[in-house]
Design a protein around this ligand. Structure first.
Ligand code: HEC
Ligand SMILES: [Cu+2]
Length: 267
């Protein structure tokens, strides 16, 4: 290749482009090495996960696995002692979501099949809301969680948050397991157990045995078979007054039976 054949103006443009690129790389290196701004990284060797977890890896050092799903982040609440450094591992179980921790530089994408990581030290106490900033469907605006940095807490704690509803501990083992699935599978993002109106999906309160009308005029009584169908094939029958937005979620037959046991107790 003979460089003297290149037009002078073109040479100038290429040189400027190369200089600007080198400048950017130097700035990134400077930010990472001297300003200690963590550069988000993809973790190709981490195992995929579908449930949130909190691990202590040292004094004031934690690892938290966050699950993004329509339309919630789990853990819903995380309390950490002031001065803690947290490694955030982020995965999605459905579509692409955004993950921005307000008041920090942590800004990741939650992408199905991929784990992204960022590290943040929390030196000021207060609440740091997490918001989804990537439009991910009908209930996108409800997608949030919060990190509380506490002066008084000595250990980190996570809370999966059963919406505003109280967890009922006085249940059979199967129903109790079912209640846990509502939480972990994200059903509670759209269904409440309090009966409060305005949810994305129908309330679970009084669901079992209820007479219902579908949007095509079909009337039925809610029983095991109907609930199983509603969970496995959400689009088959649409409850009147609601939209066809329920996703097909990864649940086993046993988990469905446990969820039915729990629904029966929500009267
Ligand atoms: C994204 C919101 C969303 C999520 C998440 C969701 N659902 Fe739904 N669900 C709906 C909507 C909306 C309807 C009503 C429309 C329809 O029938 O599909 C519905 C309907 C139902 C029904 C029938 C209710 C009735 O009144 O007849 C059941 C049962 C149900 N969902 C169970 C679940 C379970 C269990 C989960 C978690 C594994 C879940 N849903 C997750 C939105 C959701
Ligand atoms: Cu989202």
């Amino acid at each position: 290749m003979n460089f003297s054949n290149i037009d002078a103006a073109e040479k100038k443009v290429v040189s400027i482009a190369i200089l600007v690129s080198i400048g950017h790389l130097l700035l990134i290196a400077y930010a990472a090495m001297f300003l200690h701004i963590s550069v988000p990284t993809c973790q190709p060797n981490e195992k995929l996960f579908t449930e949130p977890s909190l691990n202590k890896i040292g004094s004031h050092r934690y690892e938290v696995h966050y699950v993004a799903k329509m339309w919630d982040f789990l853990p819903k609440k995380l309390v950490i002692p002031k001065g803690s450094t947290v490694d955030f591992f982020l995965g999605s179980v459905d579509v692409n979501h955004g993950f921005h921790i307000n008041g920090t530089l942590v800004n990741l994408m939650a992408v199905p099949g991929v784990i992204n990581k960022a590290t943040q030290k929390f030196e000021k106490s207060g609440n740091f809301p997490i918001i989804c900033h990537e439009y991910c469907g009908f209930g996108h605006q409800n997608m949030n969680a919060v990190i509380t940095v506490s002066d008084s807490a000595t250990e980190a704690e996570m809370d999966l948050g059963f919406q505003n509803d109280k967890m009922n501990t006085n249940l059979s083992p199967a129903a109790l397991a079912g209640q846990g699935h509502f939480n972990k599978k994200g059903c509670i993002a759209c269904h409440n157990i309090s009966g409060a109106p305005g949810g994305v999906g129908p309330t679970f309160k009084g669901l079992y045995g209820r007479r219902e009308e579908m949007n095509d005029g079909l009337k039925l009584t809610v029983d095991d078979a109907y609930i199983i169908e509603s969970i496995k094939y959400p689009a088959k029958k649409i409850v009147k007054g609601f939209n066809n937005v329920m996703p097909i979620l990864p649940v086993t037959d046993l988990e469905i039976l446990e969820m039915i046991e729990c629904i029966k107790t929500i009267k």
